[in-house]
Write a protein that binds this ligand. Structure first.
Ligand code: UDX
Ligand code: ADP
Length: 462
C-alpha cells in the first residue's frame, strides 16, 4: 500500500487531481510541489477561495484535506525524497522553437523533472506521467532515470487525466474511466496494481482500465482528437447553415438524438480552445508525419485548420457587418476564458478574435468574471502581433458587464458564462450606440428576446 505521494506541478491538472486523491484517501500523504512560489502561496492561502485555480467545488475539497494529508510546497527535492509514488503534472506546451516548432510538444519541463527525480531519489520509486505527453515519452523518462547510477529502481506508469476544466471535481469524483498504462514485466504489473488500489478507494473496479504504456499515451491524444473533431465538424456545418437558411442548433439536435452519434460536443461555437485539444492534435499530426503517414497527418490537421477558420471568420463577420470598419469603434467582449467555469485562458478563441480586431484598430472592452487584466495582456502579448504598448492601448478591462457595453457599437459573446444569460439586456441596449449589434459566438442568448429589445442579433450557424 502506498503511503506517500508527491506531485510535481500544481496547475490545472496536478492541483485538482491531488486534492481529490487526498480527499478520498485520508491515509495517504499527498504533497503537491511547484517551482512557482506565488502559485504555492495561493494554494496555501488561509481563505480557500483564493486558491489559484477556479473550479466549482474545488475550494471545499481543499478545505477538507489541506493540512490533514494534503500539502502544497516549493520544496521539490524533499517531497521527491519522501514519496513512494511521484506524479509528473508539469506543463508540456507546443514547441516555439527548433525542430517541430509549432507542432511537437516541448518536453524540456518533463526532462528537467526526470533529471531531478534521478538526482534526488535514494529509494525505489514509481513515476506516473500525468501530463498529456506524446507517445513514447515514458521511454525517454525511463532512459534518464535508469542511467543515474545510484542503484535505485524506477517503474514508469502512464495515467492520463481526462478531466475537463470547469467540471474537474465532478469528473474526478466519478470518472467515465481511469486509464493506467504500465510495463508488462512483473515489477511493472506490481506498480500498476499499486495505482489501481489508490483509485479503487472511490472508483468502481470495472471503470479502471489497464493497458500497456503506449496504448495509454495514445488513448489520451485520441480522445481529445475525437472530441475536437466533433466540434470542428459541427462548426464546418455552421457555415453551410448560415448560407442555406438551415439552423445549426436544429441540425445538432436532430443528429444528436441518433444514439450512435449522441448529443454531446455538438454545440457550434466561435471555435474550441483550451490547453489540450490543439496541442494534442498537433502532437498526433507530428507523430504521424514522423512515421511518414502523411494522409493520417493531413486528416487530423484539418480539425485545426477548421478551428482557425472558425475564429477568423467570426472576426471577419464583425468587421463586415459594422460597415467594413471597426477602426476607433468600441467592441465589447463578454468572456475571455476558453469556456465557462474556469479562469483558464489558454488558446481561448477570444484571444484570436481580439487580435484580428486590434489589427483593424478597434477598441476592445473586456469583461470576464474570473479573468483579470494582467492575464488578458499576457495572452495578447504572447502572440507578438504588435508591441505590448499597442495591445495595452487597444484594450480596456472592466469589472462589470454594463460598463463594458456602455457606448459600444457591438457586443461579442466569447465565453458561455451562465450569468450573461440573465443580464439586464434592456439596460445594456439603452446605453449602446445604435444600431446595437450582438455577435453571439456561443449561441448562448435568446434571439427572439434580443430582437424584441431592438438588437441586431447574429448567432453562429443560423
Ligand atoms: C478537454 C477534454 O474534454 C478532457 O477530457 C481532457 O482531459 C482535456 O481537454 P477541456 O479542454 O477542459 O477538456 O474542455 P472541453 O470541455 O473539452 O472543451 C474544449 C473546448 O471546446 C472549449 O473551448 C469548449 O468551449 C469547446 N466546445 C466544447 C465547443 O465549442 N462545443 C462543444 O460542443 C463542446
Ligand atoms: P496543466 O494544465 O497541465 O496542469 P499548468 O501550466 O497549469 O499545466 O501547470 C503546470 C505547473 O508545473 C506549473 O505551475 C509550473 O510552474 C510547474 N512546473 C513546471 N516544471 C516544473 C519543475 N521542474 N518542478 C516543479 N514544478 C514545475
Amino acid at each position: 500500500m502506498i503511503k506517500s505521494i508527491c506531485c510535481i506541478g500544481a496547475g490545472y491538472v496536478g492541483g485538482p487531481t491531488m486534492a481529490i486523491i487526498a480527499q478520498k484517501c485520508p491515509n495517504i500523504k499527498v504533497t503537491v510541489v511547484d517551482l512557482n512560489e506565488e502559485r504555492i502561496t495561493a494554494w496555501n492561502d488561509k481563505d480557500v477561495h483564493n486558491i489559484p485555480i477556479y473550479e466549482p467545488g474545488l475550494s471545499e475539497v481543499v478545505a477538507e484535506a489541506r493540512g490533514r494529508n494534503l500539502f502544497f510546497s516549493t520544496e521539490v527535492d524533499k517531497a521527491i525524497d519522501e514519496a513512494e509514488m511521484i506524479f509528473i503534472s508539469v506543463n508540456t506546451p507546443t514547441k516555439t522553437y527548433g525542430v517541430g516548432k509549432g507542432m511537437a510538444a516541448d518536453l524540456k519541463y518533463i526532462e528537467l523533472c526526470a533529471r531531478q527525480i534521478a538526482r534526488v531519489s535514494k529509494t525505489n520509486k514509481i513515476v506516473v506521467e500525468k501530463s498529456t505527453l506524446p507517445v513514447r515519452t515514458a521511454s525517454a523518462i525511463k532512459d534518464i532515470l535508469d542511467h543515474t547510477g545510484n542503484g535505485v529502481k524506477f517503474q514508469i506508469l502512464s495515467n492520463p487525466e481526462f478531466l475537463a476544466e470547469g467540471t474537474a471535481v465532478e469528473d474526478l469524483h466519478s470518472p467515465d474511466r481511469v486509464l493506467i498504462g504500465g510495463d508488462s514485466s512483473e515489477d511493472g504489473q506490481i506498480a500498476v496494481q499499486k495505482l489501481v488500489d489508490i483509485y479503487a478507494n472511490w472508483v468502481p473496479k470495472d471503470k479502471i482500465l489497464t493497458t500497456n504504456v503506449w496504448s495509454s499515451e495514445l488513448s489520451k491524444l485520441t480522445a481529445n482528437a475525437y472530441l475536437a473533431q466533433r466540434v470542428s465538424s459541427i462548426n464546418a456545418l455552421s457555415e453551410l447553415c448560415e448560407k442555406t437558411g438551415a439552423d445549426v442548433n436544429e441540425v445538432a439536435r436532430a443528429i444528436g438524438m441518433d444514439s450512435r452519434i449522441g448529443s454531446k460536443f455538438l454545440k457550434a461555437s466561435v471555435g474550441f480552445g483550451g490547453s489540450c485539444f490543439q496541442k494534442d492534435i498537433l502532437n498526433l499530426v507530428y507523430i504521424a508525419k514522423s512515421y511518414g503517414l502523411n494522409e493520417v497527418a493531413d486528416y487530423w490537421e484539418q480539425v485545426i485548420i477548421m478551428n482557425d477558420h472558425q475564429k477568423r471568420r467570426f472576426a471577419k463577420n464583425i468587421i463586415s457587418t459594422l460597415y467594413n470598419t471597426v477602426s476607433g469603434k468600441k467592441i465589447a467582449f463578454l468572456g475571455w476564458a476558453f469556456k465557462k467555469d474556469t479562469n483558464d485562458t489558454r488558446e481561448s478563441a477570444a484571444i484570436y478574435v481580439a487580435d484580428d480586431l486590434l489589427s483593424e484598430q478597434a477598441n476592445i472592452a473586456i469583461f470576464d468574471p474570473k479573468v483579470d487584466e494582467k492575464q488578458i495582456q499576457y495572452d495578447l502579448n504572447y502572440l507578438e502581433t504588435r508591441t505590448n504598448e499597442a495591445n495595452k492601448n487597444g484594450i480596456s478591462v472592466f469589472k462589470n458587464p454594463y460598463e463594458t457595453c456602455k457606448d459600444a457599437h457591438a457586443i461579442a459573446i466569447l465565453t458561455e458564462w451562465d450569468e450573461f444569460k440573465t443580464l439586464d439586456w434592456q439596460n445594456i441596449y439603452n446605453n449602446m450606440l445604435k444600431p446595437a449589434f450582438v455577435f453571439d459566438g456561443r449561441n448562448l442568448l435568446n434571439k427572439k428576446e434580443l430582437e424584441k429589445i431592438g438588437f441586431v442579433y447574429q448567432a453562429i450557424g443560423s
